[in-house]
Design a binder for this molecule. Sequence first.
Ligand code: COA
Length: 558
Amino acid sequence: MRILFLTHSFNSLTQRLFCELTRRGHQISIEFDIADSVSEEAVALFQPDLIVAPFLKRAIPESIWSRHLCLVVHPGSVGDRGPSALDWAIQQGVPEWGVTVLQAEAEMDAGPVWASANFPLRAARKASIYRNETTEAAVNAVLQAVDRVQAGNFTPARVPGQAHALMRQLDRRIDWQQQTTAEILAHLNAADGFPGVADELFGQPCHLFDAWPEATLKGAPGELLGRRETAILRGTADGAIWLGHAKRAGGIKLPATQAFPAALALPELPLPGWHKSATPTWQDIAYEEAGGVGFFSFEFYNGAMSTEQCRRLTAAFQWATAQPTRVIVLRGGSDFWSNGIHLNTIEAAESPADESWANINAIDDLAEAILRCETQLTVAALGGNAGAGGCFLARAADFVWVRDGVMLNPHYKNMGNLYGSEFWSYLLPPRVGVDGAQAIMRHRLPMTAPEAVKLGFYDACLPGPGFAVDVARRAAELAAAPDFSGRLAAKVEKRRADEAAKPLAVWREEELREMRRNFYGFDPSYHVARYHFVSRTANSWTPRHLARHRDLDWKTPT
Ligand code: COA
């Protein structure tokens, strides 16, 4: 079918639906819901068989839904209606939630139901539920609905429902004196990534994000008790909670100590080393060992890796290479493996160009440490999405295993035509060929895990459920394999031969020469794109590579 997506943005859920439906042979074009007239024009040009709205912030105009079948993805269970669907469910701690695909009509979310899917609701951040459970359920429900539309013999049923109000900051408010850590966590999780909970730090208004429970440290309710790296610890009625990120009025979301430099004067509460803490606490880099394998998790908020985080992770990785293990697995974070350099900390720096330069060098140092590792085989295990430099950083490992369902965006073009680094020019051609490497870098669309493996970019796509267990088993097998020593020796040999043919330093310098031009040159595209990205500027047009009905050679079907 010809399916038009009307959507607020090309977010990860929309990307996933785009890939799944394209894979099934449907022709997809996309229009952002900027204005009714723009949507009407898209419908007139594309003449869709079906319209799907994966992520809408405005109602579809009657001029469209009265003439075309429009299916809206609502992030709530059957019968749930209105905005803030996930926010209410998380804040109230309901045990099960879901996704409903319903037909657009005059009343919001009240149309007949074409399909739905449910899931147990984890106590986690809204953005995490959205990128994982909601996305999986949406894929299942939309595919079922599309099949039903195509079959032509399904009659969608109307169901009675109950509408929620938009959740306001008043509903989200935290009472630091009275509420427990668990209650405060539910409030903060329900508002993360957007809009955060309005509160105060150091007497200044701000929005809070990125909360982590603390199991052992305690203090007076509401008091700021200390800091660890970039996070601040605050007392609750029954313990304490870590606040990782804050957004000051008129500012952008930043690591808490960067948003409030006054926090640097709080007492430091360091962890003793890289080993994973036995009890819940704030720990962005955590190391565990089992069966000759060292596992690193790096829970960097939104997968963004600042200069400091890259330096700490490089130090941790180098420490791990001196441990008596045979394999090191880089697990990344649960939602994102990595999205490359940290665009927010760059934006907030005194000189964004200098900070971009420092950040790209720090991430290249990490990639180089992984590439030069001679003591272990290395695995990048992508259980979460990856974008831009994060996709290429993963390729620095000897093996890349990716969870089926992960969305990859292995390109820099959308960030003001960045050339990119992380040794992509060295790493890609041997795996995908010179033309393949160029095609990946030119391509602006997302890639699924099976596509990445088919191209030769990554090595294995493992099923979604049980991914972590599967990775641990495969890594332990790698460590115990009779030919382990031979494999390690072969990798060291290959690296030395590559070094003799063209040193890593030269590959790096060639990439960084281009990046220097992006950061310091006459063309400000990267700085402009970064500003709009971190400010979350609303779209004012749909890029041509998404709006295929606006291609110059597009012929409106008759
Ligand atoms: N630096 C800082 N923040 C980043 C980031 C980065 N490199 N990548 C993603 N984020 C943040 C977004 O600002 C957003 O923040 P929010 O919590 O305020 O909503 C959040 O992560 C999720 O990103 P979003 O774009 O909504 O997620 P998505 O799943 O729809 O898209 C990407 C994923 C990777 C395609 C997209 O985030 C992206 O293009 N990131 C930039 C990658 C990049 O250019 N890196 C620099 C070059 S190496």
